[in-house]
Design a protein around this ligand. Structure first.
Ligand SMILES: [Zn+2]
Length: 156
């Protein structure tokens, strides 16, 4: 999540809404760069790039999923973990399901548009045949502070 936060801060510096995401590969037996035995190496990291790319789908999660799939040469990201600073929207939650990630870890809750427990719960919808494990609230205060700092700076 620290790496995702760094991506969020960089996105904010570019004038993007500061959201960052990281894709971790399957756990390597015996060791882990992230310090958690269940998490593997970093496959991709990305920040929101909607303004610069002019692409409404250029959310951090989608960019990280695409980059990780390209790096692996496989659209199936089975065994992987998506880490993101803000609760995914419907598009990104849907993309995580389609990519077959094992786990989605997020920081701040998005009560206005979140699709991982707030407005919807796409990730754990029992009607879907793939349901990633969801871990929420990781460094939530720091993730939220990056966003609120960005928006209060804009209003000032
Ligand atoms: Zn999204």
């Amino acid at each position: 999540m620290r790496l995702a936060l760094a991506e969020a801060v960089r996105a904010g510096e570019r004038g993007e809404v500061p959201v960052g995401a990281v894709l971790l590969g399957p756990a390597a037996a015996g060791r882990s760069e992230a310090g958690d035995p269940e998490l593997g190496r970093v496959l991709a990291a990305a920040g929101n790039d909607r303004e610069a790319s002019g692409d409404p789908t250029a959310h951090a999660e989608v960019l990280a999923l695409r980059a990780a799939a390209a790096a692996r040469g496989d659209w199936r990201l089975t065994g992987c973990t998506l880490v993101v600073t803000l609760e995914p929207c419907t598009m990104c939650a849907g993309a995580a399901v389609l990519a077959r990630v094992d786990r989605v870890v997020y920081g701040a809750v998005d009560e206005k548009a979140g699709a991982a427990g707030s407005l919807w719960d796409v990730l754990r919808d029992r009607r879907l045949n793939h349901r990633p494990e969801v871990v929420m609230g990781v460094l939530a205060d720091e993730c939220a502070a990056v966003l609120s700092g960005f928006f209060s700076g804009r209003r000032a």
